[in-house]
Structure formats: structure tokens, C-alpha cells
Ligand binder design. Structure first.
Ligand SMILES: [Zn+2]
Length: 93
């Protein structure tokens, strides 16, 4: 078995869609690096995000890929809902 094409499988939560993303990296991703961590683009469905790999191919950071500047309007991202009123309407038994 040749080690140079060994695949290192990674699974993480996609920062774009929130679904689980499974992909692999090889040593090729970092072998020519002069400094770490190395950005590595991951394609997930119809979007992509960036991970930063250290010399051991461990993910040190995950970043949402920048969208193209051509977008017409910026949608405000509701990433965290304001705390909903917890009015107790249900009957407690
Ligand atoms: Zn995704």
C-alpha cells in the first residue's frame, strides 16, 4: 500500500447548511505548505466551505467560504433566535 495517496476521512458539521459533511483529505493538501494551517476547500452539495489543516492533517479551523460579491442583496442571517417567550400554555400534569 502506498502511503502517499492515503485518504484521511473527516466528518464535520457543514458551516453553510448545518448538515453533516463527510470528505477526505490527503497529504497532498499540506505537503507543499510553507506555513500552517493550510486552507483547504471542501465542496458540499452545491456550496463549499474552508477548513484549515495543520501539518498532521488535523482541522484547526472551519470557515464558511465567502460568497461571490455579485449577490444582489444580503440576507440577514437568523442564526440564533431571540429567546422565545416561554409562556406556559400547556397543562402541566
Ligand atoms: Zn453543507
Amino acid at each position: 500500500m502506498s502511503a502517499k495517496t492515503r485518504k484521511f476521512w473527516k466528518a464535520l458539521k457543514c458551516p453553510v447548511c448545518g448538515e453533516r459533511a463527510v470528505f477526505f483529505v490527503t497529504m497532498d493538501a499540506v505537503k507543499d505548505a510553507t506555513q500552517y494551517p493550510v486552507p483547504f476547500e471542501v465542496i458540499h452539495d452545491d456550496h463549499k466551505f474552508l477548513i484549515y489543516l495543520d501539518s498532521g492533517l488535523l482541522i484547526s479551523r472551519i470557515e464558511e467560504a465567502k460568497p461571490p460579491i455579485a449577490s444582489t442583496e444580503a440576507k440577514p442571517k437568523a442564526k440564533s433566535k431571540p429567546k422565545a417567550k416561554t409562556k406556559k400554555t400547556k397543562k402541566e400534569t
